[in-house]
Each structure stands twice: as structure tokens, then as C-alpha cells.
Ligand binder design. Structure first.
Ligand code: UFG
Length: 327
């Protein structure tokens, strides 16, 4: 089966492409390479293009006639979205609208969408369940929520069936070491800790040690990127099998504090990691953890690497090999 993968040159998209190829499908990456890397596209063709370029997108969809789409392409920095909301609404919301219109026009009826726990906003109860109110506190989360809403309406009106997967903190790397996490600029905790272990940065800043959590630092639910990729394949099977549109959390159900992640990174790397306490980062909720019970029920999804140790070991193997994505 041919699957159009928007954002297939990005971190999670590239891992999904590998999983698709392993399952015998052809992932066709559509990516403008603004944040992704050409070198991460290894399991199918790369069609360069922007979601907002309707002509180009039409041509690619007409050429490959995909049976389904995995839609990863998005800008995803919370801080940047606060400073430049127009970018986020143009790229994420308007871009997705163009994509959905093209898919409907070409009779593509199945879509798996990269949504996020950022659509919930500040948690009222933890762990977060899918029926928690969605009140995003930044334009990034708002842009993803608008896309979920569009998917619902497109489903009702045009028969586009979709599964929105709300990721918690994606981390780790391909266990074979072929691809890994790489952003430019890098803002995520795990790669920053490993860069500090490698001496590529002097230290890691811990954004706040005075939260109302056991050790004072923020708690997040880290989920291995290949477990996310597996969930996308299951989602595809679910939709092809006639499953109704829905949305699911993808998390491990366990929370780890920033200090715990840094300690585990020291243990796994066997290297010192210097840190300093810095002010809180605006927009960081103290705790974000998921219940992923529905993903287990609906998809039969079972994370294969639920332990923080495996996430860090795989990420470390990739980082220390100097594997650097490039365009
Ligand atoms: N952190 C530090 N120092 C750093 C980097 C991060 O202390 O140098 C802390 C953050 O404050 C946070 C935790 O480590 O408490 C994790 O931060 P990340 O930046 O790795 O991840 P986020 O939780 O901010 O982001 C994730 C996803 C986003 C999503 C967001 C929802 O990457 O896409 O959760 O809040 F929007």
C-alpha cells in the first residue's frame, strides 16, 4: 500500500516511514524540509513541497494515489508559537485544511493525525484521559486542536475517517541506530542531556526546581518513538478495517521528573552531565501524564519500550555515533 507521509523527514515521521516499509508498505514523504532532514528519508521517495502549495500537493497525490495518509507535518515549538502565532496558524491549520481538501477531492479516506497532549492545556485531573476538556494554553496546542475539529467535521460531511493520536513526550531513537532525534534548534530534554554528556554543550539548564512535585522539577510521560510508530501502523489497520474516527492518547502512563531523566542519562552514558537550576519556562505545566488504556483497547497497542532506560539507551547509541542528519 502507498501511504502519503507528510513530515516524513521529521523525527517521528521518519520513524513511522521505517515502520511502514517494514510492514511492506511504501511511504511517500511530502516535506518542505523546513524542519526535517533529507537524510532521514530512507524508506521511500521524498517529494519536496509545502502543505500550502496546493498544486504541488495535488500533483503528488495524483501521482501516487495513496490509500491513506499519515499527517505529521507541523511546526511544534510551544515557545515559538507564542511569539509567532501567525506561522503556526498558517502552517499547521491552513496547511492541514489544504491537505484535507486535496484528499477529499482525490478520494483518500483514511488519515492518521499527529495530535498532542498540548491540546488539553493545564490538567484538571491526572493522568489525562481522552475526555479531559481541551483548553490549550498556547497557539501550538490551539492549532492542533483546530485540526482535530476539522477532521471531525470533514468526517461527518465527506466521509474522511481519521484517528488523532495525542502524543505525550516522544523520545528515544530507532533501536537499530539508523535514525534518531534531531531538531534545529534543539529544545527537548533528552537530546540536550545527551549533548551535555558528549561535551557538545557545557551543561543542561533545569527549568524550575520549585514546582509542586516530589523533587520540585516538572514531570512528563516519555514515550519511545518506535512505540509511537507502531501505534501509527495499528491506527492504519484500524481505519482500513472500518474503524470509526476517534482520538487516543499515546503515553506510557508513567511520569519522570527532569532530575530523574538527567540521572538516568548519567547512568546510561556513564558520563557526568553538568546542570544548573534556571527559572521556570513559561507555559510548562508541572505534571503531564497520560492514561493510554483506550489505545490498548481500541488498537491493541502495547508499548515495547516503556522504560526510561531503553529510551535513553537507544537515544544514546544514536547520539554517540555522531549520527547527524543533514539536508
Ligand atoms: N527541560 C529542561 N531543560 C531543558 C529542556 C527541557 O528543564 O533544556 C524540561 C522542560 O521544562 C519540561 C521537560 O524538560 O519540563 C520536558 O521538556 P521538552 O521540551 O523535552 O518537552 P515538552 O514537555 O515541553 O514538550 C512536549 C512536546 C511538545 C508538546 C508539549 C506539551 O515536545 O510538542 O510536550 O506541553 F507541545
Amino acid at each position: 500500500m502507498q501511504v502519503l507521509v507528510t513530515g516524513g523527514a521529521g523525527y517521528i515521521g521518519s520513524h513511522a516511514c521505517k515502520a511502514l516499509a517494514r510492514a511492506g508498505h511504501l511511504p511517500v514523504t511530502y516535506d518542505n524540509l523546513s524542519r526535517g532532514f533529507r537524510s532521514a528519508v530512507r524508506w521511500g521517495p521524498l517529494e519536496e513541497g509545502d502543505l500550502n502549495d496546493r498544486k504541488r500537493l495535488e500533483a503528488v497525490v495524483a501521482r501516487y494515489r495513496p490509500e491513506a495518509v499519515m499527517h505529521f507535518a507541523a511546526l511544534s515549538y510551544v515557545g515559538e508559537s507564542v511569539a509567532e502565532p501567525a506561522l503556526y496558524y498558517r502552517n499547521n491549520v491552513a496547511g492541514s485544511l489544504t491537505l484535507l481538501e486535496v484528499l477529499v477531492r482525490h478520494g483518500v479516506h483514511h488519515l492518521v493525525f499527529s495530535s498532542t497532549c498540548a491540546t488539553y492545556g493545564n490538567p484538571r485531573q491526572l493522568p489525562l484521559r481522552e475526555d479531559h476538556p481541551q483548553e490549550p494554553i498556547n497557539p501550538y496546542g490551539a492549532s492542533k486542536l483546530m485540526i482535530e475539529r476539522m477532521l471531525r467535521d470533514f468526517g461527518a460531511a465527506y466521509g474522511l475517517r481519521s484517528l488523532s493520536l495525542r502524543y505525550f513526550n516522544a523520545a528515544g531513537a530507532d533501536p537499530d541506530g539508523e535514525i534518531g532525534e534531531m531538531h534545529d534548534p534543539e529544545t527537548h530534554l533528552v537530546p540536550i542531556a545527551l549533548q551535555a554528556a558528549l561535551g557538545q554543550r557545557e551543561k543542561i539548564q533545569v527549568f524550575g526546581d520549585d514546582y509542586d512535585t516530589p523533587d520540585g522539577s516538572c514531570i512528563r510521560d516519555y514515550i519511545h518513538v518506535t512505540d509511537l510508530a507502531d501505534a501509527h501502523l495499528l491506527a492504519l489497520d484500524y481505519l482500513r478495517g472500518g474503524g470509526a474516527s476517534t482520538h487516543l492518547n499515546l503515553g506510557s502512563g508513567h511520569g519522570h521528573s527532569v532530575f530523574e531523566v538527567i540521572d538516568e542519562a548519567r547512568r546510561v552514558t556513564g558520563r557526568p552531565i553538568a546542570m544548573e537550576i534556571a527559572p521556570r519556562r513559561p507555559g510548562d505545566p508541572p505534571v503531564l501524564t497520560a492514561t493510554a488504556a483506550r489505545a490498548r483497547e481500541v488498537l491493541g497497542w502495547q508499548p515495547r519500550h516503556p522504560e526510561l532506560a531503553a529510551i535513553l539507551e537507544h537515544a544514546w547509541a544514536w547520539h554517540k555515533n555522531g549520527s547527524r542528519a543533514s539536508n
